[in-house]
Each structure stands twice: as structure tokens, then as C-alpha cells.
Design a protein around this ligand. Structure first.
Ligand code: KPL
Length: 292
């Protein structure tokens, strides 16, 4: 029997915290990557879970990193300095797309794409929406890795995908159709269908379909909208990650979502005015609100 590697969870946000707790509940050995070695307690449902924090990779590990898109490059730079990274497996989860993903990630790395919604309230993590997740490899691996069942048991349902980039396009679309609107309307996901004009939503989706087609990927706008509606129903009570970031005056992932659609479309010689307008509206809101 092969020895199970311990988990190192990176990302103290809602999804990282939720995964750490759920892995620990499955009796997995879990450490959190922190800026300093300390013990951290995360409250979930009626119980509290205490974790040891570590600053680096101190043994070959399964690394689960649920981070913001803008944290991926610095995190990988840091990991590449650590000798044990070569013997560790990395599972990355972030919203949106980076312009240079193929250069950043190793072929043996994995993407975890999720529609689960969660938020943190102090040290309490709330699983605000029960969605589903997909795991797939950077190199289009055709069989699930050995750790698949551990992740599946921790946060089901989990599907294996040999074409994870298709899931990532869907997730990009879902986040572009939900997240900015929750900031504009300052509302939970479930309130969006009555607030967003259908024609505007359709145009945001059309522009994503157009970009995907330019990159050799055929998507369907109605299918993207149906997926967004399904995620909204599954996560109705959740505050989107962008709304949480906006309220806490943290950087937003806009440039990796609707902003990515605008810049990647421009690189293909196309325009994406509906996505551009969403970026402008949110940037205007950030610029004119009262400082905290
Ligand atoms: O991914 C999400 C997010 O908030 O970033 C969804 C699935 C929309 C849940 O809120």
C-alpha cells in the first residue's frame, strides 16, 4: 500500500478553510500554510478545528491551494524555491484565467474547479452553497490521481475531467455572469435573476462564446446562461467572492474574469463591450466609495 501524503492547504479564504476542515474530518493530516508557524482555529458548523500552521513545504505533500488569481504567480515563485515542491503534488483552485498559465504551471499540476459557495465570518466558515467540483490535470491526464477519493470524500460531489479546461471556461462564464452583478446590486447570488436585464446577461455570455471560439473552443451562450442560473439556485444564499472582497476593500479578481474577456478578446482583434462596461462600472464604484 502506498503511503498517504499529508495535506498542505494554502489560502485562508472560505474555500481553503472549508477544505481544510473537511479533510481533517476525514482524518487526513492537514497543515495550513501561513506567514508564520502558529496554531489556527477554524469554526465550522457546531465545532472548532485546530490546525498547525507552517511557512513552507516541510515534507512531500499534497498541496491544495485555493487562492485568488493574482496570488498564483507569487505562490508558484515561492514554491519553486523549495526543494520538496518537486516531490509534492499541487492542486490549484482560483477564479478566472491567467494570461500565461502554460508557463506558470507544471504538466503534473491539477486544477480543482468548483461551484461550491462559502464565506468566512471571522474564524467561522459558512458553506453557503452546495455546488459540485471537477478535478483534472494540466496535461489532460486521462485517469484520476490516487488522492482523488480523499478530495471527493472531503467535499462531494467531485467529478474527474480529462478536459478540465472546458470546465474552466464554464466556470469563467459563471463567475463573469454572477460576481460583478452581485457587487453592482450589492446582493446575494439568489437575487440576481430579478435584477439583471436578460439581454445584457446574454451579451456578456455571447462575448465569452466569441472569445472561446477564437481560441478553438465551441461553447453555447444559452448553455452558459443555464449553468449560471443553476449555480445561482445552488448558491442562492451565498455572497459571491467578489462581493466579499469588495466589502472588505480587498483587491478584486475582475481583471481575471470580465477583464480577462476584454483583454484576451482584444488580443484576438475583437471587442467585448458588455464585459468592458461591467469592469468600468465596478471600477467607478471602487473609486467613488468612502474609504474604510
Ligand atoms: O465561484 C463563486 C464565487 O463566488 O466566486 C460562486 C460559484 C459564484 C459562488 O458564489
Amino acid at each position: 500500500m502506498t503511503k498517504q501524503l499529508p495535506w498542505l492547504v494554502v489560502g485562508q479564504g472560505a474555500l481553503g478553510s472549508l477544505m481544510a476542515v473537511q479533510l481533517a474530518r476525514q482524518n487526513q493530516s492537514v497543515q495550513l500554510k501561513l506567514r508564520q508557524s502558529q496554531r489556527v482555529t477554524i469554526a465550522y458548523e457546531q465545532s472548532s478545528h485546530s490546525f498547525t500552521g507552517t511557512i513552507g513545504i516541510n515534507c512531500p505533500s499534497l498541496i491544495f491551494a485555493a487562492v485568488k488569481a493574482y496570488q498564483v504567480a507569487p505562490l508558484l515563485d515561492e514554491f519553486r524555491q523549495q526543494p520538496l515542491f518537486d516531490q509534492s503534488q499541487l492542486i490549484l483552485s482560483y477564479n478566472g484565467m491567467l494570461s500565461n498559465e502554460a508557463e506558470q504551471l507544471r504538466p503534473q499540476d491539477w486544477h480543482w474547479v468548483t461551484t461550491h459557495g462559502a464565506y468566512r465570518d471571522g474564524n467561522q466558515v459558512v458553506h453557503g452553497g452546495h455546488g459540485e467540483s471537477w478535478l483534472g490535470g494540466m496535461a489532460g491526464q486521462t485517469t484520476p490521481p490516487a488522492f482523488f477519493s480523499q478530495l471527493e470524500q472531503a467535499l462531494p460531489p467531485l467529478h474527474f475531467s480529462s478536459d478540465i479546461n472546458l470546465r474552466r471556461w464554464y466556470k469563467l462564464a459563471v463567475n463573469c455572469l454572477i460576481n460583478p452583478y452581485t457587487v453592482i446590486h450589492q446582493c446575494r447570488n439568489g437575487e440576481l435573476p430579478e435584477r439583471v436585464a436578460p439581454a445584457e446577461w446574454r451579451q456578456v455570455a455571447d462575448e465569452i462564446v466569441q472569445l472561446a471560439a477564437a481560441r478553438g473552443r465551441q461553447l453555447d451562450a444559452e448553455d452558459l446562461l443555464a449553468q449560471a442560473r443553476r449555480v445561482i439556485a445552488q448558491t442562492a444564499a451565498n455572497r459571491s467572492s467578489m462581493l466579499q472582497d469588495y466589502r472588505l476593500q480587498r483587491p478584486l479578481e475582475l481583471d481575471y474574469l470580465n477583464g480577462f474577456v476584454v483583454t484576451a478578446s482584444a488580443a484576438e482583434g475583437m471587442v467585448a463591450p458588455a464585459n468592458q462596461l461591467l469592469c468600468e462600472r465596478i471600477k467607478a464604484m471602487q473609486a467613488t466609495r468612502d474609504p474604510q
